[in-house]
Write a protein that binds this ligand. Structure first.
Ligand code: T3D
Length: 260
C-alpha cells in the first residue's frame, strides 16, 4: 500500500510524508518499504536536491507498529526486523549526500524519535514531544539512538532519556542540541518547506560533501579529518557550483546553482 508514505517532488525537494495518521504513523512493513523507496529515489534522482520528511495528522511517528508485535502471535526476531528495515533506513538517510530536513509535527516516539535525530536539520512544532519509548516495553533504543543521543547531548542526558522514557518537549530538545529549532505549530510546515527549497536551490554537491565531512568527524582523528577536508575541498573546488558561486560574488549577482 504505497499510500503509507506520500511522495511529492517540487522545487527540487522530495517531500516524504508518513501517512498512517490513525496509528500515529507507526511503522509497519508497507510504510518501511515506501519510505526506503523514497530515500532510494533521492539517492538516484538528480532532480531531487533535498528531502523533507514529516508526518500526516497529529503525530510524527510512534515508532514500530506494536499491533504487528502481539506476543500471542509468537516471538518475533527483532534483530531480523532491525537488520531488514530500521538499519537500512538509517543508512539511507545518513549516506544520502543531499540535505534531509525533518519537520516533527507532533509526538515522535521510539524509532520515530531516533529517525528524526538522524536527519540533517530537524525542526519541531512547539507542541511536539520526543520519547525514547523503548524503556516502557523492555526494548533498547534503536535506529541509531544509542549512537546519536550520547553524541548530541552527552551520556548523562542520553541515559536519563533512554532509561526513563520521559517525554522531552521541543524547546528543551532544541536547547540541548538534539534538534535545530522549535517552531510555532502553525508555522512549522511553512518554515520547513522554505528551508528545504532554500537548501535544494543551493550548491548541493558541496552541501552533500559537507554532510559527509561532519559525519566522518564522529570517528576520525583530527589528522584524518584534516586530510578529508583537503580531499573534499579539492572535489568541491572542481564543481560548476563553486565557479558559479565565485563568479556571482564578483559580478554582484545572485548565483544559480545546479548541484554539480
Ligand atoms: O519491533 C521491532 O521491529 C523492533 C523495533 C522497534 C522500534 C520501536 O519504535 S519500539 C517502540 C514502539 N513505540 C512505542 O512503544 C510507542 C507506543 N505509543 C505510545 O506510547 C503513545 O501512543 C504515544 C506516547 C506515542 C502517544 O500517546 P497519545 O496519548 O498521544 O496517543 P494514543 O492515544 O496512545 O495513540 C493514538 C492511536 O495511535 C491509538 O489508536 P486508537 O486507540 O485510537 O485506535 C494508539 O493505539 C495508536 N498507536 C500509537 N502508537 C502506536 C499505535 N498503534 C500501534 N503502534 C504504535 N506504536
Amino acid at each position: 500500500d504505497s499510500d503509507t508514505v506520500l511522495s511529492v517532488l517540487a522545487d527540487g525537494v522530495l517531500s516524504l510524508t508518513l501517512n498512517r495518521p490513525d496509528k500515529l504513523n507507526s511503522f509497519n512493513e508497507d510504510m518501511h518499504l515506501a519510505l526506503s523507496a523514497g530515500f532510494e529515489r533521492a539517492h538516484k534522482d538528480a532532480d531531487v536536491r533535498a528531502v523533507l520528511l514529516t508526518g500526516a495528522g497529529r503525530g510524527f511517528s510512534a515508532g514500530q507498529d506494536l499491533g504487528d508485535r502481539d506476543p500471542r502471535k509468537g516471538t518475533p526476531d527483532l534483530g531480523s526486523t532491525i537488520e531488514t528495515f530500521y538499519n537500512p533506513l538509517l543508512r539511507l538517510i545518513r549516506s544520502l549526500e543531499k540535505p534531509v530536513v525533518c519537520a516533527v509535527n507532533g509526538v515522535a516516539a521510539g524509532a520515530g524519535a531516533n529517525i528524526a535525530f538522524a536527519c540533517d536539520i530537524t525542526l519541531a512544532a512547539r507542541s511536539a514531544r520526543f520519547i525514547q519509548a523503548f524503556a516502557k516495553i523492555g526494548l533498547v533504543p534503536d535506529s541509531g539512538g544509542t549512537w546519536s543521543l550520547p553524541r548530541l547531548i552527552g551520556e548523562a542526558r542520553a541515559k536519563a532519556l533512554a532509561l526513563t522514557a520521559e517525554p522531552l518537549d521541543a524547546e528543551t530538545a532544541a536547547g540541548w542540541g538534539l534538534i535545530w529549532r522549535a517552531v510555532d505549530d502553525d508555522k512549522l510546515m511553512d518554515e520547513a518547506k522554505a528551508l528545504s527549497v532554500r537548501l535544494a536551490s543551493g550548491p548541493t554537491l558541496g552541501l552533500g560533501l559537507t554532510k559527509r565531512a561532519i559525519q566522518a568527524a564522529a570517528t576520525n582523528s583530527l589528522d584524518e579529518q584534516l586530510d578529508l577536508e583537503r580531499d573534499l575541498q579539492r572535489e568541491a573546488g572542481r564543481s560548476a557550483d563553486y565557479a558559479e558561486g565565485v563568479s556571482a560574488f564578483l559580478e554582484k549577482r545572485k548565483p544559480e546553482f545546479k548541484g554539480r
